[in-house]
Ligand binder design. Structure first.
Ligand SMILES: C[S@@+](CC[C@H](N)C(=O)[O-])C[C@H]1O[C@@H](n2cnc3c(N)ncnc32)[C@H](O)[C@@H]1O
Length: 188
């Protein structure tokens, strides 16, 4: 099973119709599409990406599926996610789920990658937005240049989160440098 599929399976029972959720790395738009289906007509998905081409692909995918009105596409770094959501009147502990799928835009420029420092800033912001009972998923890719350092930084960050947060890390055991999945939940 791929970590991207595993992340969705963990999120599915957490997200309800009408929820506000975030895709912190829109990329091809597959996670934004998944989240748009989970939140229904009354919910909203905020999707971030620093690449206009990624957001265009996300927009196309949403339009093809008739779900474009459920998503707000933000052409900014996910470091800005707290201020962007506050601007949209979404405050602390109002977001049920945030997905991070790190690395590069599949099919795009592989040198434009998420980076440890900005990812950790975004994750710290994500914790302030996360609702009780909510969940953050982070797909980690140690296989590309810079990916191992970023994965290690995220795992160390996860290990040091305190109550009411609880963190988990899932990985395939019999592959070399496999993608892995970190999950952070807000228990209350
Ligand atoms: C692995 S892809 C995401 C895949 C996507 N979730 C999907 O369903 O296809 C990673 C994406 O993160 C984006 N990215 C890189 N740095 C970023 C940042 N600081 N803020 C937001 N997005 C960023 C890249 O442009 C790329 O599109």
């Amino acid at each position: 099973m791929r970590v991207t599929d595993l992340a969705r399976e963990f999120l599915r029972p957490v997200i309800s119709l009408g929820d506000i959720v975030v895709d912190a790395t829109a990329g091809t738009g597959q996670d934004t599409l998944f989240l748009s289906q989970c939140v229904g007509e009354t919910g909203r998905v905020f999707a971030f990406d620093i690449q206009a081409a990624a957001l265009q692909q996300t927009r196309d995918s949403l339009q093809k599926n008739g779900l474009a009105d459920r998503a707000i596409l933000v052409n900014q770094s996910h470091e800005q996610l707290v201020s962007a959501l506050w601007d949209a009147a979404v405050g602390e502990q109002a977001v049920k789920a945030l997905m991070f799928n790190l690395g590069y835009f599949p099919g795009g420029d592989q040198t434009i990658i998420t980076k440890a420092e900005t990812t950790i800033t975004a994750l710290n912001g994500a914790l302030t937005l996360l609702a009780a009972g909510g969940m953050i998923t982070v797909c980690l890719y140690p296989g590309h240049t810079g990916g191992a350092e970023e994965s290690e930084a995220v795992i160390n960050w996860c290990k040091t989160r305190e109550d009411p947060f609880i963190s988990h890390h899932f990985q395939t055991l019999n592959r070399k440098s496999p993608p892995t999945l970190a999950i952070i939940q807000r228990m209350r």
